[in-house]
Write a protein of this length. Structure first.
Length: 118
């Protein structure tokens, strides 16, 4: 199972970006998918996640009200729509998938860099 993330870039503060993540294996049905980010010198943190069956969504406090995670209805994948970006959102963003009966995020994308200038 491979995840392909895209959509990062360099934007000014206040701009929007949409990240996309597609799972290469069409037969894979995750329990959850999510977006993480890792800023320079910081630990990787969960930004948002969505449960595949219930569509229950979780956001980090920093993402609430500005980011929206959604499912790709045509493929197995997720989007992360980001609004009102701030310089502190600068990070490498990773998508991840958690299979059923797994307690951890097993599959990871390669990361896409988001840089927000002030």
């Amino acid at each position: 199972v491979q995840l392909q993330a895209s959509g990062g870039g360099l934007v000014q503060a206040g701009a929007s970006l949409r990240l996309s993540c597609v799972v290469s294996t069409s037969t894979f049905s995750p329990a959850s998918m999510g977006w993480f980010r890792q800023a320079p010198g910081k630990e990787r943190e969960l930004v948002a996640s969505i449960h595949w069956t219930t569509s229950s969504i979780t956001y980090a406090d920093s993402a609430k009200g500005r980011f929206i995670i959604s499912r790709d209805t045509a493929n197995t994948g997720v989007y992360l729509q980001m609004y009102s970006l701030k310089p502190e959102d600068t990070a490498v963003y990773y998508c991840a998938a958690r299979p059923y009966r797994a307690s951890t995020w097993k599959y990871w994308g390669q990361g896409t860099l988001v840089t927000v200038s002030s």
